[in-house]
Design a protein around this ligand. Structure first.
Ligand code: GDP
Ligand code: IMO
Ligand code: MG
Length: 429
């Protein structure tokens, strides 16, 4: 079997998109399994910058089949804009397919996202306001409309009438304007017409590719600690970014997964609210944000920045059954004299090395740090481990030791070429 899952090991934006692009050149099928256009995956290659939100980043390789899996929620308008934009940049893309079981995001989901955030008051999550939570709520409540229904006009009309009547009652309860059926149906029918050729039962296709020993890459979005169950609830997204989500969101069973790589930055970032024990609200945090250009692809918000948290990575390794780590953005830390790494937490007088499940307890932990020698110079030019400064190599060794997870790949710049493959045997198993 040649299957690989790529997940975010922290709170998102770890550079999964870059990795999927790099490894996508070897894949026959790339299938994304979770989230919607709350994701922003940047790929830089050949002097061009591509920004993916719904389309799997593997689509840049013409021989690849890129699948929007059943675990995703899809904004049709956003998807068509993204497709047009990407085709304008690169006409020879891989083949795009959309699972008939993926759910559709409608404007009322966005309206409800805003209303729910308002209702949360001081405890707001800081969502991307793309309607993701409400779309997944509809899926669970059996009010969702799937792609397979959306592209069949009579089915779409029947389901939209049923769902919209209910949604409008909900919107009225909030004192919000309601959504008119005819205008919505007309606008979205046009999107459905364009998307129809892409929609198929992709689950069979993925399964057959796995069975035929093709290389199948499962592309994650968001990050482990944004997972609905395993993350820092309620400051999470509404899907399953962990490796188990690759099965749920594409229709394969756990034994179809061979290898799992967890992508992490050499430090930590988080967008939106929620506890972040190693957050740096000082000049070092500012240095990282500036040098790393840590601003969200989707919302433009400044990302919160902090030291690397190995408690987070140890837990990510466990939750995802990681085969290996991909450490990205090592170049950004260059120029800091002493770097710190959290190895455990102090929590109510005890030393712990896990994240308390109750987020309000997590908010009380204080990190225990190891201080290490920093490094200097332009790491983006390095192409082998030997090219890296010795203190940067020691930093990577320390990560491996503490997490008991080998480093498979190191990324030292945004470009496809700025990648050091350390242990190729960990990639496809
Ligand atoms: P994703 O959501 O996990 O795909 O990550 P994003 O694309 O949101 O954010 C990662 C950012 O880091 C993008 O702007 C990438 O171009 C950039 N990037 C990726 N790898 C590296 C790296 O090793 N060094 C630097 N400096 N930037 C990187
Ligand atoms: P990628 O795939 C970083 C965060 C939001 C918010 C929380 C819930 O680019 O790594 P949502 O709109 O999903 O209901 O917001 O989750 N969030 C992300 N943070 N990267 C992402 O995706 C994210 N997707 C959602 O900021 O805190
Ligand atoms: Mg991102």
């Amino acid at each position: 079997m040649s299957t690989l899952v790529i997940v975010g090991a922290q709170w998102g934006d770890e550079a999964k998109g870059k990795l999927v692009d790099v490894l996508g050149s070897q894949a026959d099928v790339v299938v994304r399994f979770a989230g919607g256009n709350n994701a922003g995956h940047t790929v830089i290659t050949g002097g061009k910058t591509f920004k993916f939100q719904l389309i799997p980043a593997g689509i840049l390789h013409p021989g690849t089949t890129a699948i929007i899996g059943s675990g995703m929620v899809v904004c049709p308008k956003g998807l068509l804009e993204e497709l047009d934009r990407t085709l304008a940049q690169k006409p020879d893309l891989g083949t795009l397919l959309i699972s008939s079981a993926a759910h559709v995001v409608f404007p009322y989901h966005r309206m409800l996202d805003a209303l729910e955030e308002e209702a949360r008051g001081a405890n707001k999550i800081g969502t991307t306001s793309r309607g993701i939570g409400p779309a997944y709520q509809d899926k669970v409540a059996r009010f969702g409309i799937r792609m397979g229904e959306f592209i069949k006009p009579e089915l779409f009309e029947m389901r939209l009438r049923e769902v919209l009547a209910y949604k409008n009652r909900l919107l009225q309860m909030f004192g919000s304007p309601t959504v008119e059926f005819d205008a919505l149906y007309e606008e979205y029918s046009k999107y459905a017409d364009r998307l129809r050729p892409f929609v198929v039962d992709t689950e069979v296709l993925v399964y057959k590719a796995v069975e035929a020993d093709k290389k199948v890459l499962f592309e994650g979005a968001q990050g482990t600690f944004l997972d609905l169950d395993s993350g820092t609830y309620p400051y999470v997204t509404s899907s399953h970014p962990v490796s188990g989500g690759a099965c749920l969101g594409t229709g394969v069973g756990p034994r179809a997964i061979q290898s799992v790589l967890g992508v992490c930055k050499a430090y930590t970032t988080r967008v939106g609210s929620g506890p972040f024990p190693t957050e740096l609200e000082d000049e070092i945090g500012e240095f990282i944000r500036d040098k790393g250009q840590e601003y969200g692809t989707v919302t433009g918000r400044g990302r919160r920045c902090g030291w690397l948290d190995l408690v987070v990575l140890k837990q990510a390794s466990r939750l995802n059954s990681l085969s290996g780590l991909v450490v990205t953005r090592l170049d950004v830390l260059s120029g800091i004299e002493k770097v710190k790494v959290a190895t455990s937490y102090d929590f109510e007088g005890e030393q712990i090395d896990h994240i308390p499940a109750n987020v309000w307890d997590f908010a009380k932990v204080s990190p225990h740090y190891e201080e290490m020698e920093g490094w200097d110079g332009d790491l983006q030019k390095c192409r082998t481990m030997d090219d890296l400064p010795s203190s940067a190599r020691r930093y990577l060794d320390f990560i491996e030791d503490q997490t008991r997870t080998p480093v498979a790949i190191v990324s030292i710049g945004p470009d496809r070429d700025e990648t050091i493959v350390v242990r190729p045997q960990l990639i496809w198993g």
